[in-house]
Design a protein around this ligand. Sequence first.
Ligand code: SIN
Length: 400
Amino acid sequence: MGPLVIGMVGLPARGKTFVASQMSRYLAWQGVRAQIFNVGNRRRALFGAKVPHGFFDPSNPNGMASRREAAQATMDEVLAFFADGGEVAFYDATNTTHSRRSWVREVCSQNGIQVAFVELSCDDNDIIERNIRQTKLFSPDYTGVQADEAVADFRRRIDHYSTVYEPLGDGDPAWVRLVDAGRQFILTDPERVIPRRLTDYLANLSAVPRTIWVTRHGQSEFNTSGQLGGDSPLSPAGQRYAHSLGEFFRPRPVSRVWSSTLRRARQTASALGTTHSPRRALDEIDAGVCDGLTYAEIAARRPNEFAARQADKLGYRYPGGESYADVIERLDPMVLDLERTRGPVLLVAHQAIIRSLLGYFLDIPREEIPHVDVPLHTVIALHPHGPGYREERFPLDPRL
Ligand code: SIN
C-alpha cells in the first residue's frame, strides 16, 4: 500500500490523534507499515512544552515561524519514513488552513507520495470539554498547571486556531470528514486515493466506549487428547467451564454473544442462557491436512511442515488450510462489526482467533500474534483505554 500521507485536519481537542492512532493500529494489524508523525511532539522537542497560548496566535510572527519549523521538521521525518519503506504516514497536525494543506500536497507530490485528509469536526461542547479534560490536561504542555487554568488556556489556544480555520472543501481533492465523533461521515475521493479498507474502518468507528469480552470454548475432547482442529464436543471439564462462564456473566450483562460455528464454542456459549449467533469468521484456524493430528504426529509424519511452521508461524499455511495471516484477513470484517457495536459483546472462539483479535485490540506486533498466551478457561476483558484497549484476565477454573 502507499506511499500515502493521511493529513489529519481539525481544531485542537477534536480527537485527531485518537483517530489517527486507531487507523494506524488497524493498518499495522493488517501488515501495512503505518506510523503517526505528530507535529505537537516535534514542537515540544524544538521549543519546549510550556508555550503560552499566544504562541498559537496567527498574528504572532515568531509563533508562526516556529510552528512552520515544527511542521517542516515533522515532514522531514515522514519523508525519511517513506525512504525506509514506509507505506502510510499519518501527518498528525491541525492542518486547518488551505495554504498549510497545499504545502503538504506540494511536498508530497514532489516526492511521489499521494495525500488524503481526514477531518474531525465537532461543535458539541460536551465532547470538546471531555476531550480537553481527558487528554490535554495530561499533555506535557500543562504539567504542574491547575486543571481549570489549563482548560482556560487550551480554550484560548482553540480560539486562535478558530480565527483562521478553513474546513475541507473544493480545493481538497481526497478527504473524509467525521462529524461529532461518528454522527456523520462524509467522503469525497473522486480519484480513489484513500484505500477502501480505511474508509470502511472510519465509517464503522463508534465513539461509544464499551468492554469487549473474549474467551476460548471450554476444554474439548480433542483438547484432552492434544489433537488439532476437529469438531469434538466439550469434555466434562469444559462443561464445568461453560457453567462457570454463565455464572460469571450473570452480574455482567452483555448485549450480544457471538460464537464460532464449531460444537465446542456453541456448547460453551449456550451455557450463558441468552441467544448467541454462530459466526463462521470465528471458527478456529483451518489446519488443513493436519486437522485431527497431534503436534507429535505432525512432527513425526510431516517434519518439513512442522519445521516450516516453527520458522514462520505467522506466514505458514497448513496444506489445504490457513495461516495466521489468512486468519487475520478473515477477521477483518469481524473487527469492523465489533467497532460498530455499542454495547458490551462476548465472543466465544478459539486460540488462533483470539490471538489474532488481541493483536488488533492490544496493538501486538504481527510476528508476536501467533505466540500470545491464550489459555483455556480464562475470560479476557478488553477495556477501552486511550485510543486502544487494555486487557484484564479472569481465570475461572483453577482446577484445570
Ligand atoms: C501543536 O503544536 O501542538 C500543534 C501544531 C499544529 O497546529 O499542527
